[in-house]
Write a protein that binds this ligand. Structure first.
Ligand code: SF4
Length: 930
């Protein structure tokens, strides 16, 4: 692509100072007047933002003349545009891996590229790559960036020989294998910068990476002339680079590109380079980030004595990039290269105020091999700078949230659970950012008690950023690995390596990627709560607002002070509606069969023909066993039995009536809380009855209430993925509303944290609120975090690892603020959260701890470590430690009979349970119940 501008000096001398418009606001808050230079700027900016393929010569001239106050105004306009789409400033905790420093190019500013050195290897070995990657994974990195020179084997025979010895024909082939190996073995997401490539090569790397990148640097061919930095650099031909970036668009690769500024290009040429990139992005939509990087002169290079570009050039380029690409583009400035005496916090703040929203990769393990003399900034300093610019600093993945949310389009999933798609979901939260914690629902943790001990203030706890490791693995990491000390010097064994391989080192702590449950870096500066969140929560507390879908999504995005404000408001509303009493029921779960004809992707409990032997055998409980378990529950002080099961192919509506009868035979006065809306639907269907008629029959037979399970997420977009053959949203709501209409109360649940996100959660909460406002029949709302460990959809690589701790707190708090007085009971599930964390949720709007649950099998089947009875003594200890008053309740929130409560303390151990193991085919199995 040819440049349409003539070359002019980079740093023009015309400085124009313009005053902000007072009379009328121009589109981008830029200077504006009826005539004169202000109008010209407005027109030029308008051309930038309106998206034509090219700009007029006059607009280009006007923009390149901006300096001083005018540039300040341009930056303000850019930052304002950025704020329309970016709530946070992000960075990517990563490992830098220079697979080889050989390169067939010889750019005038580069010290990365090095020729072969006799007696030294030129490529990292796979063991070295894995060693660095593992160290990064242990320290909280989510990304591995492969940086390598361009096709060195085409220049150096030594490279060809070494590659052959390693078993590869080309550097790209080796890079692909190394990326795939790291992804499989450490869980880090590879991002590959492998130079210029054709479509086939880009596609091959797509199968082993989450993203790829190539800095355009400039689209000016002038820089390839003799005496210029790209002379004799075949891969710096801008046409070739643009073709590579286009190939990435054709292959749907989330792509990183950008400009290197100050290498002799003009401002006009920068605008043209950005227009060339924008043309490709307009066509393919694949450019996820643009890096604006400043040239830094280095010793022993052709440009060792060239002048570093003034900081103003960075600000100008970032602002122009923002205005050209609009609010959503991710614009990155490398923070370790921030130039000049005003670098550091003042510089980072200025970069942020010019429209940047990302600080790129920062490593606790490796240095910046391209600029080895420039150390990474301390994360807390960076967070302070972004807070001063009004933004929280948040870790991200190698792909940005918008890519994660559209992962089906952008990430390769052909290798199932070993694919970049699956690896990305494992590292992501529901909004598409890096998971804030290795904690997952259902996971046992030695830290539970220490978290609960932090009873004052917001629910923070110390957790290390997610990696592929489990908490158990994470806690096994030696202390010195948890610090971001600089790598230790090379040891004797490194002496033949291509680079000194970083090793864990004992030493003073510099910084650590460690987040609180509020989603922000622990101990780091944070901006104050936003006006938007403050207004939303105060409107709720003043009873002036019913939250909309967008309001709810805003609440779900809260981090830092915003998160605190949401949790505090929920806690205030809880106190107002429920006082300080936390209730729980003494109950027993009875799951009469795990045989099921449905195939819900999240369900590890059910046994169909395909999964006959998976995760244990299919079973059925005889009626006598149901009666025995109910009798035993009553004798141990229970007031409720909760009965649900799989959809056995031989069950009919009559079966459910018989199950009810069996429970009542065991304990006539027990409250039977039974049958999910799916079971009710199946029961009615098999008898050919209406829902109403069947529900009335169940009620007449002694049914006390219905569990509001099978709701999953009440948004058909999500249901189509996780349970396509199950009830849809409207059908679930119909069963629940019909139950209410015949006088049966229900609960309502949400099972969240798999493929869903804040929009789906908002729709769910609104559906529940609307129904409750019509009927008032829901006794409590129960968020059920998805337990991923054994869930089929997770094992296939199609779901996340459940909600993060941050999301769990928010789900309970936002539910409180959404449901308000319509539904005053918000329950924490200790089975999913763990007892201590469930108690901690009492500070985020909850007022109920659910049931003591004498037997739990559904969540345990999914891999949870909790679930086998929380007796009243322990329940009350937890509630007391949370600063609340405990009280037993019945299913319908009345006081249980005094004799039941008395029996519930010091109850004897449960008798062993009896399950009838089934074999397929199913014929005659229902008879086994009798
Ligand atoms: S969630 Fe229920 S309906 Fe779905 S597979 Fe599991 S047991 Fe069957």
């Amino acid at each position: 692509m040819a440049s349409s501008f003539s070359a002019v000096p980079v740093y023009g001398s015309s400085i124009s100072v313009r005053l902000p418009c007072k009379a009328s606001r121009c589109k981008n808050h830029l200077v504006c007047s009826a005539s004169g230079p202000g109008a010209a700027v407005t027109e030029a900016v308008s051309q930038l933002t309106s998206g034509p393929a090219d700009l007029s010569q006059e607009a280009v001239r006007t923009l390149t003349d901006l300096h001083g106050d005018s540039l300040h105004e341009l930056c303000q306009a850019a930052a304002s545009l950025r704020d329309e789409a970016h709530q946070f400033v992000t960075f990517s905790p990563k490992v830098f891996t220079p697979l080889t420093r050989l390169c067939r190019d010889a750019c005038g500013y580069c010290t990365f590229a090095q020729p072969p050195v006799p007696g030294r290897r030129s490529y990292m070995t796979m063991e070295e790559v894995l060693q660095v990657a593992s160290l990064g994974a242990q320290q909280g990195c989510a990304e591995i960036l492969f940086t390598l020179g361009d096709k060195p084997e085409q220049l150096y025979p030594e490279a060809r020989q070494e590659l052959r010895a390693l078993g590869y024909e080309s550097t790209l082939e080796y890079a692909a294998d190394a990326a795939g190996t790291v992804m499989r073995e450490t869980g880090l997401l590879p991002h590959i910068n492998a130079g210029t490539m054709g479509l086939a090569e880009v596609k091959a790397l797509r199968t082993v990476s989450a993203g790829q990148g190539l800095m355009l640097e400039t689209s000016s061919r002038r820089l390839m002339l003799p005496g210029m930095p790209h002379h004799k650099c075949p891969d710096k031909d801008p046409d070739l680079r643009l073709l590579t970036i286009e190939a990435a668009g054709q292959a749907a690769v989330p792509y990183t590109s950008g400009l290197l500024i100050g290498i002799g290009e003009t401002r006009e040429e920068r605008i043209q380079s950005l227009l060339d990139l924008r043309a490709l992005d307009n066509q393919y939509g694949h450019i996820q980030e643009l890096i604006i990087q400043n040239f830094v002169p280095k010793k022993n290079t052709a440009m060792a004595h060239a002048t570093e570009p003034p900081f103003e050039e960075m600000l100008w380029t970032i602002a122009i990039t923002r205005l050209l690409f609009g609010p959503s583009m991710n614009i990155q400035a490398p923070p370790n290269l921030t130039p000049g005496p005003d670098g550091g916090e003042a510089g980072w703040r200025a970069l942020s105020l010019a429209g940047a929203n990302d600080f790129g990769g920062i490593s606790p393990v490796t240095k910046d091999y391209v600029n080895p003399e420039k150390p990474w900034p301390h994360l807390h300093s960076l967070a302070a700078a972004t807070a001063a610019a009004g933004k929280a600093l948040v870790p991200r993945l190698t792909v940005y949230p918008e890519v994660v949310r559209a992962a089906d389009r952008w990430l390769d999933s052909s290798a199932g659970r070993s694919s970049p798609f699956a690896a990305t979901l494992r590292q992501a939260d529901g909004s598409g950012y890096a998971r804030a914690s290795p904690w997952c629902p259902g996971m046992a943790s030695a830290e539970d008690s220490s978290a609960a001990a932090e009873s004052a203030g917001p629910p923070l706890e110390r957790i290390v950023l997610a990696s592929s490791m489990s908490r158990e693995e994470s806690s096994a990491v030696p202390e010195e690995h948890a610090h971001s000390s600089p790598p230790a010097p090379a040891t004797e064994s490194d002496q033949h390596s291509s680079i000194p391989v970083p090793r864990a080192k004992r030493g003073p702590r510099r910084w650590q990627v460690e987040l609180g449950a509020d989603g922000l870096l622990l101990g780091a500066c944070r901006p104050p709560a936003s006006q938007q969140i403050k207004e939303l929560v105060s409107a709720v507390l003043e009873d002036e607002r019913q939250l909309t879908e967008d309001d709810i999504m805003t609440l779900f995005s809260a981090r830092g002070a915003d998160f605190d404000a949401v949790c505090e408001a929920a806690d205030t509303l809880r106190e107002r509606l429920c006082g300080n009493v936390v209730r729980y029921a003494v109950n027993r779960n009875i799951n009469y069969t795990n045989r099921c004809t449905y195939a819900c992707g999240f369900c590890a409990f059910s046994k169909g023909r395909i999964a006959e032997e998976l995760r244990g055998a299919p079973y059925l409980l005889p009626y006598a066993e149901i009666a025995r378990r109910t009798r035993e529950a009553w004798s141990r002080g229970a007031s409720e039995t909760c009965m649900q099961g799989g959809i056995h192919p031989e069950f009919t509506g009559e079966t459910y009536l018989r199950l009810l009868e069996a429970a009542k035979a065991g304990a006539p006065d027990i409250h039977v809380h039974a049958f999910s809306p799916l079971e009710v639907t199946e029961g009615a269907r098999t008898l050919g009855w209406s829902l109403r008629k069947y529900l009335m029959a169940l009620k007449d037979a002694g049914l006390g209430s219905l569990p509001g399970t099978a709701a999953e997420v009440l948004d058909d977009e999500t249901r189509a993925i996780i349970c396509p053959d199950k009830l849809n949203t409207a059908q679930w709501l119909e069963v629940i509303e019909t139950a209410h209409n015949v006088g049966l109360n229900t609960t309502a649940t949400i099972m969240f944290g798999h493929v869903d996100g804040p929009r789906n959660w908002a729709r769910h909460l609104i559906a529940i609120r609307d129904l409750q406002q019509r009927t008032g029949g829901i006794t409590e709302f129960v968020p059920l975090p998805f337990v991923h460990m054994e869930a089929p959809i997770y094992l296939k690589g199609r779901a996340r690892k459940g909600p993060t701790l941050h999301e769990c707190f928010l789900m309970h708090a936002v539910a409180r603020l959404t449901l308000q007085q319509a539904l005053p009971n918000i329950q924490a599930s200790w089975v999913k959260m763990g007892p201590e964390r469930a108690a901690a949720l009492m500070r985020a709007g909850c007022n109920d701890m659910g049931g003591s649950i004498m037997n739990e099998s559904i969540t345990k089947a999914a891999g949870a470590k909790h679930g086998q009875e929380l007796p009243p003594e322990r329940m009350e200890e937890l509630i007391l430690a949370a600063g609340r008053i405990s009280q037993q309740r019945t299913t319908n929130y009345t006081a249980p009979p005094a004799e039941q409560t008395a029996k519930s303390y010091g109850a004897p151990p449960l008798e062993p349970v009896v399950n009838l193991v089934l074999r397929f085919p199913d014929r005659g199995q229902a008879k086994m119940l009798a």
